[in-house]
Design a protein around this ligand. Sequence first.
Ligand SMILES: Nc1ncnc2c1ncn2[C@@H]1O[C@H](COP(=O)(O)OP(=O)(O)OP(=O)(O)O)[C@@H](O)[C@H]1O
Ligand SMILES: [Mg+2]
Length: 230
Amino acid sequence: MSYIDLTHVTKRYLKGEHAVVPLEDATLSIEQGDFFALLGPSGSGKTTLLNLLAAIDRPDAGDVVVGGTSLVKLARGKLAAWRSEHVGYVFQQANLVPVLTAYENVELPLWLFPLSRAERHRRVSLALEAVGLADRATHLPKQLSGGQEQRVAIARAIVADPPLLLADEPTGNLDHESADGVLTLLGRLNSERGKTIVMVTHDPRAALHASRRMHLDKGRLHELEGEVAR
Ligand SMILES: Nc1ncnc2c1ncn2[C@@H]1O[C@H](COP(=O)(O)OP(=O)(O)OP(=O)(O)O)[C@@H](O)[C@H]1O
Ligand SMILES: [Mg+2]
């Protein structure tokens, strides 16, 4: 058994009489410590796949097992607690709360845990240091650059120290330099902290940072071997 096992997963949406099938009989294994990149055209189901791994959505058929837990069998009432312990999610838009400082945004996921104020402070400071933004703790999102906002979003995703990081186009809105900063950071979280990473990207340069690449199109997953076209 791998760290992540999708077995014969189908996900469909009904739009009127028309069915959209972003995943059809998809089977995929990801090992602990993999840095996995998922490529594919717009609308091909990449976010759908991340949402299944985060237990935000459920498949219509098949099973999704993460760290030995079947997310299909897990009771609905237990999903939020499972997610907060196991998954850090970096959304395509940084999705920071505009009226909260960088520090307070990173602190948010910790309110789900019974931690002392001192322990929360320790963890938020560590997460902000890890993304190189300790000196921006009191800034509001609008006082940060796009790359900095994305790094705050990464700090928020790692603050509870989850083993799995999901990143949906984390460099989609960034220039080359900021994108490289974010990708280097993800690479370090993978190699130094042992995080398993599943990253969605349109960008072949970003995909080169991953140890494994797959392409999703028309409901099907295909392994991409070796070098991706730059
Ligand atoms: N809640 C929903 N209800 C109906 N259809 C949906 C829903 N969510 C996604 N879809 C459809 O499923 C397909 C896959 O969507 P998804 O968001 O996973 O694509 P994506 O690969 O992430 O695209 P992008 O690169 O543009 O973000 C699309 O055709 C989309 O319209
Ligand atoms: Mg998407």
